[in-house]
Design a protein around this ligand. Structure first.
Ligand code: NAP
Ligand code: F7E
Length: 326
């Protein structure tokens, strides 16, 4: 039975990935952090998942976690992942999302000893690295031009992963994942903010939703599909980097169209207010990925489309808000 260690197990992707690996028969360890972290209760409810305590900024805790888990595969999903927050806490974001990758790679390398490919390593890279896009659509070879402290930190982690592969012969792969969402998405991200607001407006619990830039375009996929791509990357003989995307792009306005229409509201204009506080110091205007390499090499393709996913999120938020309202 293979063993996996997942950092960021309390996050959206960590939850889906731990369930996927447990269903495949893996022994799964998840790294959790902090004192009295409320999210730990959520992962305690996943049958079979074993928890280890550590923090990406604390190398010794990572060394202990890797030596305890003795993993065949490590998925480094832990990060400060909210782009807007990364301007408020640029140094902390660099420490966790950037230097945290180096710490995790180093803990893995030291554990591997004389056999650098003993553990297969996955790094959660991001389409935010493309930032001010230099090519449309974006692929693995597209020049990186990050537009936020988060994007810069991800570029550091991405190149450090490649560097450990080339320097030490580690089996270290990077997934350049475009935005992916689900009912488990954090409420600070725009899809969930909108689907939750639509549910609450429909139930008479909220009057409006305040948003920033409605013209930005994203390539939004379903998180459940994307964690399968992570696993497939680590099943390859050779480590490599892959774009994971749907190849479709939609604006925030289109997101609003689909979400409100699913609740029976065709004109959302009176329910949406613009608040400049949600505008970013530098915006990523257009993301659309070309995942041909993943399709051809991994045999991966997205299954859930944009509209289906947004409707799934509205339905889940309606159910949740009804339960909370009781
Ligand atoms: P998420 O829901 O924000 O989860 C982030 C995880 O990182 C949480 O489990 C969080 O733990 C953990 N974490 C934060 N600081 C940490 C620290 N100092 N030490 C250890 N763990 C820490 O993110 P996600 O959407 O699942 O994304 C997973 C990964 O993919 C992230 O690296 C993200 O940057 C990247 N990514 C995401 C997307 C996307 O669209 N979702 C796209 C491309 C790349 P707590 O619960 O304790 O806060
Ligand atoms: O913003 C615009 C905002 O915060 C999407 C992370 O998972 O994906 C995610 O980063 C767009 C931006 O995601 C609001 O300006 C308008 O253009 O949902 P988001 P993100 O910044 O794309 C990448 C791939 C990651 O790697 C990240 O970890 O929506 N927008 N109004 C808004 N965004 C938010 N959050 N809130 C608003 O009110």
């Amino acid at each position: 039975m293979p063993t996996a260690l997942i950092t960021g197990v309390t996050g959206q992707d960590g939850l889906y990935l731990s369930e996927l690996l447990l269903a495949k028969g893996y022994e799964v360890y998840g790294l959790v952090r902090g004192q009295n972290n409320p999210k730990v209760e959520i992962v305690r409810g996943i049958p079979g998942l074993k928890l280890l305590f550590g923090d990406l900024t604390d190398l010794s805790s990572l060394l202990r976690a890797v030596h305890t888990a003795r993993p065949d595969e490590i998925y480094n999903l832990g990060a400060i992942s909210y782009v807007a927050y990364s301007w408020e806490n640029a140094r902390l974001t660099s420490d966790v999302t950037g230097m945290g990758v180096l710490n995790m790679l180093e803990a893995t390398r030291l554990y591997c000893g004389d056999d650098p490919a003993k553990v297969r390593f996955y790094q959660a890279s991001s389409s935010e690295m493309f930032g001010k896009v230099q090519e449309v659509p974006q692929r693995e070879s597209t020049l990186l031009w990050p537009r936020s402290p988060y994007g810069v930190a991800k570029v550091f982690g991405h190149y450090m992963t490649i560097n450990y592969r080339e320097s030490y012969g580690m089996h270290a792969s990077s997934g350049i994942l475009f935005n992916h969402e689900s009912p488990r998405r954090g409420p600070e991200f725009v899809t969930r903010k909108v689907t939750r607001a639509v549910a609450r407006i429909t139930l008479g619990l909220q009057e409006k939703v305040e948003l920033g830039n409605l013209d930005a375009r994203r390539d939004w996929g379903f998180a459940g599909d994307y964690v399968e791509a992570m696993w497939l990357m680590l099943q390859q003989e050779t480590a490599d980097d892959y774009v994971i995307s749907t190849g479709e792009t939609h604006s925030i306005r289109e997101l609003l169209d689909v979400a409100f229409a699913h609740a029976g509201i065709d004109d959302w204009s009176s329910y949406v207010a613009l608040n400049p506080a949600y505008l970013r110091p530098a915006e990523v205007d257009l993301l659309i990925g070309d995942c041909s390499k993943a399709r051809e090499t991994l045999g991966w393709r997205p299954k859930v489309g944009f509209e289906e996913m947004i409707r799934m999120m509205v339905d889940a938020d309606l159910a949740e808000q009804r339960t909370l309202g009781v």
